[in-house]
Design a protein around this ligand. Structure first.
Ligand SMILES: C[S@@+](CC[C@H](N)C(=O)[O-])C[C@H]1O[C@@H](n2cnc3c(N)ncnc32)[C@H](O)[C@@H]1O
Length: 207
């Protein structure tokens, strides 16, 4: 699926469904919050949530005192939902409407977080474009936390095919510039209580 089709798909999702009508909804994104802290993030760390959608990760990060948080998503409607929910606190967050395969990072972040966005890139050229941006948008020594469906996770998400990974496969895909330092599995319960197996892997950017 090309960029235009992707954007249309996600705008349609976020304009027709409320936050707890989507399978990926989490009241509190605990695995991500724990891994961000374990990666050594401080209040001043520059953190970006790639494909953050309307996730409550940003609410939790702001509430915990993180001062430099950016959320990027290709759906303007998703970001609008998160901003509206945050109210005045939304002004403390940077919001970027862009496709992660064509966006040009203007700075290098300390923490790059992606839960269930990278796995939609089933085309090698799109993955290469994303990884090039990861290389430019994550400082050397910074950490990428990438969560995807696990090898025994669903084959589709939001009706779209996904690429499933274990940490080794994800590491091979990202390449030698990213060193695996931690991985864990997570069983996500959807709002209708079905189960989806995720893997969360943390990589250090070694350059
Ligand atoms: C399954 S949702 C996950 C949302 C959020 N990360 C969470 O955990 O709740 C996937 C998100 O990735 C976004 N997305 C998909 N492909 C993208 C791309 N190429 N660039 C930026 N965002 C993308 C979608 O708009 C959607 O918000």
């Amino acid at each position: 699926m090309g960029e235009g089709g992707r954007q249309a798909h996600w705008e349609n999702v976020y304009t027709t469904k409320s936050e707890n009508e989507v399978s990926w909804f989490q009241q509190r994104p605990a695995p991500s919050l724990d891994l961000i802290v374990q990666a050594g993030a401080t209040r001043e760390s520059a953190i970006i949530d790639i494909g953050g959608g309307a996730s409550r990760l940003v609410d939790n990060l702001v509430e915990q005192g993180f001062e430099d948080v950016t959320v990027l998503d290709l759906s303007a409607a998703a970001l609008a939902a998160a901003r509206n929910r945050l109210g005045a606190a939304a002004q403390r967050v940077r919001w970027i409407v862009a496709d992660a395969t064509s966006w040009e990072p203007a700075r290098a972040y300390d923490i790059w977080h992606d839960r269930a966005a990278f796995h939609f890139l089933t085309d090698a050229d799109d993955r290469d474009a994303y990884i090039a941006r990861l290389g430019r948008g994550l400082r050397i020594g910074g950490h990428a936390i990438i969560a995807t469906f696990a090898l025994d996770g669903p084959e589709k998400c939001s009706g779209l095919p996904v690429a499933r990974y274990d940490s080794a496969g994800l590491g091979r895909t990202l390449g030698a510039a990213f060193e695996l330092i931690h991985t864990e599995r997570h069983e996500h319960a959807t709002p209708w209580d079905s189960r989806q197996n995720f893997q969360f892997s943390v990589f250090r950017h070694v350059g």
